[in-house]
Design a binder for this molecule. Structure first.
Ligand code: DP6
Length: 329
């Protein structure tokens, strides 16, 4: 018999200032603060039911029952929730996303944000937004940014209590678009978790971390003032700096494909022509082209003409993770 059941929906987010490297790998206390926008239209829906009859946690992702590391990562968050709630029961977890996992579209962010919100509610806990963000962070760092809505800042903090994300502006504050050029939708070979652990092996990591406070302040101000011309170069600087750290780690992480580089050059040329667009890239080959809503049709059309672009998806700023009434099982 289920003793508590809840379902949550969460969105992935795209970072304008990136999270790369941890001060504490186990707790996911990041090396630097970061700032992101939630992505409307891409959703992960997760149902959690605690059940006294279960002998162990059952984890079904995208219709497939998981074992090994994927299951253990979910079970670890359930253990935290059980400890907070004083609960012994195991849980059944079912989760579905409407976009591909592991291809630079941040499925772990929406996944662990939805899991944090659903599992804590199913356990009868009433956690506030900061506590939910901290819980989500322990599952996947960037997931803490998918708990609040709109434009979100994750203050790095120094420990579990001080490392969480909060909204700096609601989704309707600025009608940006993320026009995503999909150039590779296969599962990446080195995931972010392993990547973060390599950051310290790059001689460039300390330099990037030292440059973050200035960049973050410029991006935060640009978002609050809706100043695209001020935003664009800083977003690109930080994406390139993160990829420079990745590429100079030991072993190196090279996520780009030829089409990734073609898009980088194209976007820079388009901006020089006067189109309000800039790029950012996560731990994958796909390129997120941020632009003002009025430029999104033009950017989409131009991206589709670049060889190697398999598909284009357009997302707008999205809201917070939330509980819903419909369950997946
Ligand atoms: C490149 O949050 O996916 O997308 O905590 O190991 O799950 P884990 O890492 P994750 O790292 C995201 C890295 C990034 C940049 C960003 O989203 O800030």
């Amino acid at each position: 018999m289920p003793i508590g059941k809840a379902t949550a929906v969460a969105l992935p987010n795209i970072a304008l200032i990136k999270y790369w490297g941890n001060r504490d790998q186990a707790l996911r206390i990041p090396a630097n603060s970061s700032l992101s926008m939630n992505m409307a239209g891409l959703t992960t829906t997760t149902t959690v039911a605690f059940d006294d009859a279960l002998k162990s946690d059952v984890v079904v992702l995208g219709g497939v029952e998981r074992s090994g590391p994927a299951r253990d990562r979910v079970a670890k968050m359930l253990d935290r929730v059980r400890a907070l709630a004083g609960l012994a029961a195991r849980a059944r977890v079912e989760s579905r996303s409407n976009f591909p996992a592991g291809a630079g579209l941040a499925s772990s962010a929406s996944g662990f944000a939805a899991l944090a919100v659903a599992s804590s509610a199913a356990a009868g806990l009433h956690l506030d937004e900061a506590a939910l963000s901290r819980l989500a962070r322990t599952g996947s760092g960037s997931a803490c940014r998918s708990v609040p809505g709109g434009y979100v800042e994750w203050q790095a903090g120094t420990d579990d209590a001080s490392s969480f994300a909060f909204s700096i502006a609601p989704p309707e504050h600025w009608d940006l678009r993320d026009v995503i050029a999909l150039v590779d939708v296969t599962h990446k070979s080195v995931g972010s978790t392993q990547g973060h652990a390599l950051a310290d092996t790059s001689p460039l990591h300390a330099g990037r971390v030292a440059s973050i406070p200035g960049r973050l302040a410029r991006v935060r101000a640009a978002v609050l003032e809706r100043d695209f011309a001020a935003l664009a170069p800083v977003v690109e600087d930080d994406a390139l700096a993160m990829h420079a750290v990745m590429m100079t780690s030991h072993p190196p992480l090279i996520y780009w494909q030829p089409a990734t580089i073609a898009i980088i050059h194209a976007v820079r040329a388009w901006r020089a022509e006067g189109v309000s667009v800039c790029f950012t890239i996560d731990a994958g080959a796909n390129v997120h082209c941020l632009c003002e809503a009025s430029a999104s049709d033009e950017v989409t059309r131009r991206l589709r003409s670049i060889a190697g672009v398999q598909d284009v998806r357009i997302v707008s700023p999205g809201g917070p993770a939330r509980l819903i009434d419909d369950h997946l099982f």
